[in-house]
Design a protein around this ligand. Structure first.
Ligand code: HAM
Length: 437
């Protein structure tokens, strides 16, 4: 019989994987607290219509990658969320948050896209992201980029990442540019690759084409920057100035268009330095001033970002493994109840206690304690149980002491701290109980 496996592109994260994940998540939580973001959790399932128009009907994400299904006979079409910006804006509107702006929100959760799986690209993947709603000022865009830069520093990966920013202008500027692009691609259709047909529906995507022929035509395409008016330029100049003042290095990249349609003005991406594959960005975001109105809300500017946790975790070194303060060994079955009682007593005092499971003599159990990296082994047999005492063996040097039940936690802590410990004689005569209270 073969075990039914997980679906392609969905992974199990096992205890050995998760310390790095937790490290990234805790660092992000600390950063969000520094900037005053509150956490939000939205459902994994949403109405499909919430995403289709907002992300862009002609984007790869909506055309090919959404997980959609009918909710029962004749029910709504539902989608597994492919991202969390649109749901966050929906939730803010639905809960009335838009009446008390600005709102700073962050989230962490699984997202779903039917992409071709490979290392760093999954069908269920994890994002941590943040949004500021109700802030038009370029300082909001800059704040978020600085927050991400701080997070990379905290995690020690700042030297490995580079930042690209671009200015997508406003709706009119983009419409003018799109029309010029269409004209350019139409005029050069004969020299383009198979994706030439996209020129009519989404000419912007062709600027990122992986087809060498199309890419060559795209290189001479009209530039959006030529269409930008004063207001758009002022906004992005202010963002760039804040970054420069804060010492955050960046490059201005006119080919950076992002895969989602809701953006205007600032867009940015962090990716691995030396890796040209755009699809491998670690973190991306930007401004989406029209999104609230697109989903039926009042005007509410916003900007945000999301980072791919799966990709970030790949860059992190393994943190030191978690080891217990105490490994509890049991040499005689009759002492089992007392051993359980002592373990709970120690945990009440904040000590981590791993209990040995299974039999074996003391030597074998101490080997396990050593393998677990335990700081102390607690040895309990019938003699200890009868006297309601415990033998504490410090694993680093083998020193032993005994303690009565009530004082055991303090004695264990003293042994771990390395104070007041003498060579134990193991016969109950080495009573250090009074050295620590
Ligand atoms: P996005 O660029 O689609 O933006 O995704 C953000 C990040 O999620 C990417 O940079 C990448 O690290 C990670 N990611 C995306 N797809 C996958 C995948 N299949 N496997 C692993 N990681 C992946 C957004 O989702 C926007 N909502 C960001 C945003 C927030 N914009 C404004 N506010």
């Amino acid at each position: 019989m073969t075990v039914i496996s997980a679906i392609r592109g969905a992974r199990d994260l096992l205890p050995g994987d998760l310390p790095r994940w937790r490290r990234a998540e805790r660092a992000a939580e600390r950063c969000f607290a520094l900037y005053g973001y509150g956490e939000i959790r939205t459902p994994v399932l949403e109405r499909a219509e919430l995403f289709a128009r907002q992300l862009g009907e002609h984007t790869e994400l909506v055309e090919k990658q959404m997980y959609l299904f009918a909710d029962g006979d004749g029910g709504d079409t539902l989608a597994l969320r492919p991202e969390a910006t649109v749901p966050t804006v929906r939730a803010a509107l639905q809960s009335g948050m838009h009446r008390n702006l600005p709102a700073r929100l962050w989230y962490r959760g699984a997202m779903f896209r039917r992409e071709r799986p490979q290392r760093g690209r999954y069908r269920q993947f994890w994002q941590i992201g943040a949004e500021i709603l109700g802030a038009q000022s370029p300082s909001a865009d800059a704040e978020q980029i600085l927050l991400t830069a701080r997070l990379w520093r905290e995690l020690g990966v700042d030297g490995r990442l580079r930042l690209a920013v671009n200015n997508l202008g406003d709706g009119e500027e983009r419409a003018r540019h799109r029309e010029k692009l269409r004209e350019h691609f139409r005029a050069n259709a004969a020299e383009m690759g198979e994706d030439a047909a996209r020129a009519e529906t989404n000419p912007l995507r062709l600027l990122e084409s992986r087809d060498a022929k199309t890419a060559a035509v795209a290189r001479d395409a009209p530039k959006l920057s030529d269409e930008l008016g004063d207001a758009s330029r002022k906004h992005s100049d202010a963002v760039c100035e804040s970054l420069t003042r804060a010492g955050v290095a960046f490059s201005q990249d006119e080919t950076l268009v992002r895969g989602l349609d809701y953006y205007n003005l600032t867009v940015f991406e962090w990716s691995l330095a030396g890796d040209d594959r755009r699809q491998n960005a670690l973190c991306g975001g930007g401004r989406y001033d029209g999104l609230s109105q697109q989903i039926g809300g009042p005007p509410m500017p916003g900007c945000g970002f999301a980072l791919g946790l799966d990709r970030l975790v790949d860059l992190l070194a393994e943190p030191p493994r978690e080891t217990p303060d105490c490994f509890l060994t049991l040499t005689e079955e009759c002492a089992r109840e007392f051993a359980g009682e002592l373990a709970e007593h120690c945990r009440d005092a904040g000590l981590t206690v791993w209990r040995h499971i299974g039999g074996g003599n003391l030597a074998r159990q101490l080997k396990k304690a050593d393998a677990a990296g335990a700081k102390t082994a607690l040895i309990i047999g019938s003699r200890e149980a009868a006297a309601r005492r415990v033998t504490i063996k410090r694993m680093s040097d083998g020193d032993q002491r005994e303690a009565e039940f009530a004082k055991a936690p303090a004695q264990i802590k003293a042994a771990i701290a390395g104070d007041g410990v003498r060579d134990g004689d193991g016969d109950g005569g080495n009573n250090n109980d009074d050295s620590v209270n």
